[in-house]
Write a protein that binds this ligand. Structure first.
Ligand SMILES: Cc1cc2nc3c(=O)[nH]c(=O)nc-3n(C[C@H](O)[C@H](O)[C@H](O)COP(=O)(O)OP(=O)(O)OC[C@H]3O[C@@H](n4cnc5c(N)ncnc54)[C@H](O)[C@@H]3O)c2cc1C
Length: 367
């Protein structure tokens, strides 16, 4: 369930391995959501197995570097150069891409008709050898197993673990996407994170042509009254949040036209990822705050390990237990760093993260 990053990737990999797969998605279809995503070589290696790596790296941008700068003085705090040596060391490129473009790419390997839109999961029942799925539109379906890839407000999770609201972390994320030629003066850096004591901002290009820019800030917010959905933001308020910022940052945010504000939620760690023939992946089982820019990477890595475990172990419970045992230590570390908001702020060991290949990790070992 869920045609997000996790669901589409696992569907593609399972179909490649010869399994019949259907993806049930609540939305009636997809539109071009205005947001970018940063992904590293760990993800490129999964997309390689779907023959998507080349398109991924040329649709998005391979930035020349990730740079951390001080919000006010502009001082460079850390720089990770993405040159050839780095790509060889990590085993693939680092790519920034528009989410909608990534979404399109992930649908390419799927057999026609795989995604069943307008199917919002309502319930899951287990039979002796399978599961029965019930949807809000009245439809039902039967399958050998069910994979809950339905995001942070996962219904599948609720069915397994009981109802538990995600945690609002006291930050909102105004985001803007706009043409690069709106920025006055010199072009901005390919990918920069700006750090202040109580807030940060990411600004980067999302296309190889460097013609589309994405700016996302994480700002203090005492409360959030709505649900998890984004709301239209106020451009002047957005720009005012950058008072005292370095001119290079102000130039970038002043180019924003429309601003959308997303609340930031996560969930406390919970290592129960499956029950019987139902298993969770991505934000459904480990929603992390986006401060390491790694939630999507974790979802795609999950897909690689879960599909391998399903292919490697005939019994679903054994497959799901292996998958969780391999994934939990790595995801827990990502969650810890994301809460800390320390990733690449200063000198950082990055090989363990970007050098990881979830398609090669032994299935009989903990990560
Ligand atoms: C501000 C922000 C910036 C981020 N930046 C990055 C980044 O740079 N890099 C990175 O790696 N990660 C980033 N992330 C995290 C990343 O977006 C998520 O971790 C990732 O999208 C999770 O993928 P998923 O497939 O688990 O869930 P989702 O992408 O949320 O997909 C879930 C899907 O399930 C569907 N669904 C939901 N309920 C039902 C139901 N009941 N029945 C059927 N379908 C259902 C939804 O419509 C959706 O299509 C960021 C997150 C935020 C909030």
């Amino acid at each position: 369930m869920g045609a997000g990053l996790a669901g589409l990737t696992v569907a593609g990999l399972l179909q490649r391995a010869g399994f019949p797969v259907a993806v049930y998605e609540q939305s009636p279809g997809f539109s071009r959501i205005g947001a970018g995503i940063i992904l590293g070589a760990d993800v490129a290696k999964v997309l390689r197995r779907l023959d998507l790596e080349q398109a991924f790296a040329t649709t998005g941008i391979r930035p020349d570097a990730f740079v951390s700068r001080a919000w006010d003085t502009g001082e460079t705090l850390y720089r990770l150069e993405f040159d050839e040596d780095c790509e060889t060391r990590f085993g693939g490129p680092f790519v920034n891409i528009h989410r909608a473009d990534l979404h399109q790419l992930l649908q390419r390997p799927l057999q026609p008709g795989t995604i069943r839109y307008g199917h919002k999961l309502a319930g899951i029942g287990e039979t002796t050898n399978g599961v029965t799925l019930a949807f809000e539109n009245g439809a039902t379906a039967e399958a050998d197993i069910a994979i809950g890839a339905d995001g942070i407000r996962s219904r599948a999770r609720e069915i397994i673990l009981g109802a538990e609201e995600p945690r609002f972390i006291g930050r909102s994320a105004p985001r803007a996407v706009f043409p690069a030629n709106r920025i006055k003066g010199e072009p901005i850096g390919d990918c920069t994170k700006w750090w202040a004591a109580d807030r940060h901002t990411l600004a980067y290009y999302m296309t190889a042509r460097r013609d589309e820019v994405y700016v996302m800030a994480a700002l203090p917010a005492e409360r959030w009254d709505g649900d998890g959905s984004p709301v239209p933001g106020d451009r002047d308020e957005f720009i005012a949040a950058f008072d005292g910022a370095h001119p290079d940052l102000i130039r970038a945010v002043e180019a924003a036209e429309d601003v959308t504000v997303w609340p930031i939620f996560d969930r406390p760690r919970n290592d129960c990822w499956s029950k019987g023939r139902v298993v969770l992946m991505g934000d459904a089982c480990h929603a992390v705050r986006p401060f390491m820019a790694a939630g999507g990477s974790m979802a795609i890595e999950d897909a690689a390990i879960l599909s391998r475990c399903i292919a490697g172990f005939a019994d679903p419970e054994t497959a799901f237990a292996r998958y969780a045992a391999i994934r939990i230590p790595r995801v827990a570390e990502v969650q810890r760093i994301s809460i800390d908001n320390s990733w690449m702020h200063g000198p950082t060991k990055t090989d363990w993260f970007f050098g990881y290949d979830p398609c090669l990790v032994p299935l009989d070992a903990a990560a």
